[in-house]
Design a protein. Structure first.
Length: 203
């Protein structure tokens, strides 16, 4: 009987791990899909002469960053190329705007490490020559606006932590208490899944 209970417990643990991996895969696929879509919209906008709109779409593509994502890097490189082209044709204002978009987008996806640090360094070097120094007591004119939602990132991280913990606690109680349903732990598991979903949508 104990062996059967232990086997059942392991099966449910494996199921919890599988569900967590599936949720993570869903988030990654969604982010990469959205990044590719914004990249494509930016390319269409620049072909139609809507350069400002193209910068916006490319920045949105960057904001959907996933490690090793080709779409995010391509979007950042397109913004950099647009900024350099503006400089070449003697339009420093447009160049400064494009470099600002690039810098803001890259800072917006910074977490433990800084993705695409080479492109960020290039943008900051150019901005240092195009913009006057910022007064110490004044706001940064190139401050990040419209970046990733901190609330979404917090919900996402909390969901990843809370979901396995609540699920394992529910399984342990289910085994130790004669497989009795525990509404509080079930509610905690459901709320952690909701946090994962909300974080994926807001981050």
């Amino acid at each position: 009987m104990e062996m059967r209970a232990e086997s059942s417990y392991r099966m449910y643990v494996a199921s919890a791990v599988a569900v967590t991996l599936l949720v993570l895969a869903f988030i990654i696929i969604r982010l990469e899909r959205d990044s590719s879509r914004y990249l494509r919209l930016g390319d269409e906008a620049v072909r139609e002469g809507r350069d400002a709109e193209a910068l916006f779409y490319w920045k949105m593509s960057m904001m959907m960053y996933v490690p090793f994502s080709p779409s995010s890097r391509r979007a950042a490189e397109r913004i950099l190329s647009t900024a350099e082209a503006s400089l070449d044709r003697g339009d420093p204002d447009s160049a400064s705007r494009a470099f600002g978009y690039l810098r803001a987008g890259l800072l917006g996806i910074r977490h433990i490490t800084q993705p695409l640090p080479d492109l960020l360094a290039a943008a900051e070097r150019r901005l240092a020559t195009l913009r006057p120094p910022v007064p110490r007591d004044g706001p940064d004119p190139n401050a990040l606006s419209g970046g990733t939602s901190s609330a979404g990132a917090i919900l996402l991280c909390a969901g990843f932590v809370a979901w396995p913990v609540s699920f394992f606690r529910m399984l342990r109680g289910w085994r130790d208490r004669g497989r009795a349903f525990q509404p509080r732990l079930a509610l905690a598991g459901a709320l952690s899944l909701l946090m994962l979903a909300a974080g994926a949508l807001l981050a």
